[in-house]
Ligand binder design. Structure first.
Ligand code: SF4
Ligand code: SF4
Length: 387
């Protein structure tokens, strides 16, 4: 045990486990540019002094993708150590918000009175939570999906809000718990028992912090409820990029593949898939501090895709991977397949995404006429708090 462990109680179990049980087999370092640079988790756990903010800062170079945990024969969790170090860094007052201004501004706008809206009809116990990206990049698809879900769940509500995953991943744990806890507390008080999410990151956040509210992806729901996608795509070959947030969620992975098969597409699996999928590059917001590590993930996908289009079921992954290799969001295949497969799809970018979100909110308010509605009213201090 290192000399500094006494001052790092929250890290001690992770450090001890990794120092004592990591065999330095190298399974986790193979695909990870961060570990390739700094060494095995054991080398990092023994060679760095994590009571020092300078050393703590390296945790922001880890994508928090959890591939290391997925491949570790010793069942170690290196990624949890790096997340915990981020929290320590924030709690110590060393976090520089300005380095992450773009993503924190995005999150703050998502939880603001201007962009948030909750519409809960009479008898609502299930809500659609489309997240931030889909309503901005694909407002029409989001609306059509909501209407389709309504056919199966007539009292379906909708929540336009941000799950605050950026704060969670940056280590702003107190802020995250406050913002997300307020949301789930409100939903529970209103009788909401289930959330249907389109975004894998929102899934993960509800799964681990949902305050008893069940979560399911819309992909599983759509597949289980027999929604029929157009199937004029006979034989077109695609690869599937599983998002790292869902690497352990076999039912979602199967549902997505089921939907693609029903659409007539032929899936040629990528080498890294399912439990061993790789990050798209967006994970952990590494691109803000180490863009080369973020790009290294994309390069793996580019090699594996080898010119066939990839299908992703995360708007963030789709946007990131599209920079290196053609990547289609499954919702585009469901709702506008020809344009998606012919490369003629128009996907909005900022600042138009913000306009789209406002227009979608307006249409939903006009259309839904809910029994209960609200916008988020976090105080200025709450929405700006960095801890
Ligand atoms: S979480 Fe991902 S980026 Fe971080 S150490 Fe593990 S494999 Fe590497
Ligand atoms: S896979 Fe596990 S045992 Fe092997 S080097 Fe990584 S952390 Fe150590």
């Amino acid at each position: 045990m290192g000399a500094h462990d006494g001052s790092l109680p929250s890290l001690t179990p992770y450090l001890r486990d990794i120092r004592e049980r990591c065999t330095e087999c190298g399974a986790c370092t193979k695909a990870c540019a961060f570990l390739s640079h700094y060494g095995t988790p054991k080398a990092i756990a023994t060679g760095f002094d994590f009571s020092s903010p300078r050393h703590q800062a390296i945790a922001y170079e880890c994508s928090l993708c959890s591939l290391c945990s997925a491949v570790c024969p010793e069942k170690l969790d290196p990624f949890r150590l790096f997340l915990e170090i981020r929290r320590l860094y924030v709690d110590g007052g060393h976090f520089d918000e300005s380095a992450y201004g773009a993503i924190l501004g995005y999150e703050k706008r998502g939880t603001s009175p201007l962009f948030s809206w909750y519409g809960l009809p009479e008898g609502c116990d299930t809500v659609f939570f489309p997240g931030c990206s889909l309503p901005g990049t694909r407002p029409e698809v989001t609306l059509r999906m909501f209407r389709d879900l309504q056919k199966a769940v007539p009292a379906l509500g909708i929540v336009l809000d941000c799950c605050a995953k950026p704060s969670h991943d940056l280590g702003r744990q107190a802020h995250f718990e406050h913002v997300f806890g307020e949301m789930t507390g409100y939903l529970s008080d209103q009788g909401v028992k289930r959330v249907l999410v389109a975004c894998p990151n929102c899934f993960k956040i509800f799964q681990h912090h949902g305050n008893g509210i069940a979560v399911q992806t819309v992909y599983e729901f759509i597949h289980a409820n027999g929604f029929k996608a157009e199937s004029k795509n006979g034989g077109r070959e695609v690869g599937v990029h599983d998002p790292c947030a869902l690497r352990s969620e076999v039912p979602v992975q199967k549902a997505v593949r089921g939907l693609l098969s029903e659409m007539g597409l032929t899936i040629t699996e990528l080498k890294h898939r399912g439990r061993r999928t790789v990050c798209c590059g967006e994970g952990g917001m590494v691109g803000f501090v180490k863009p080369e590590y973020a790009k290294a993930w994309g390069a793996i996908r580019q090699r594996e895709a080898s010119d066939r289009p990839m299908v992703a079921y995360c708007a963030g992954c789709t946007g990131f991977l599209n920079r290196v290799s053609p990547t289609i969001h499954i919702v585009d295949l469901l709702y506008r397949p020809e344009a998606a497969l012919n490369g003629k799809l128009k996907v909005a970018r900022a600042p138009f995404t913000y306009w789209n979100r406002l227009m979608l909110k307006r249409r939903l308010r006009q259309e839904l006429n809910p029994k209960t509605s609200r916008i988020r009213q976090l105080s200025r201090a709450e929405s700006q708090s960095s801890t």
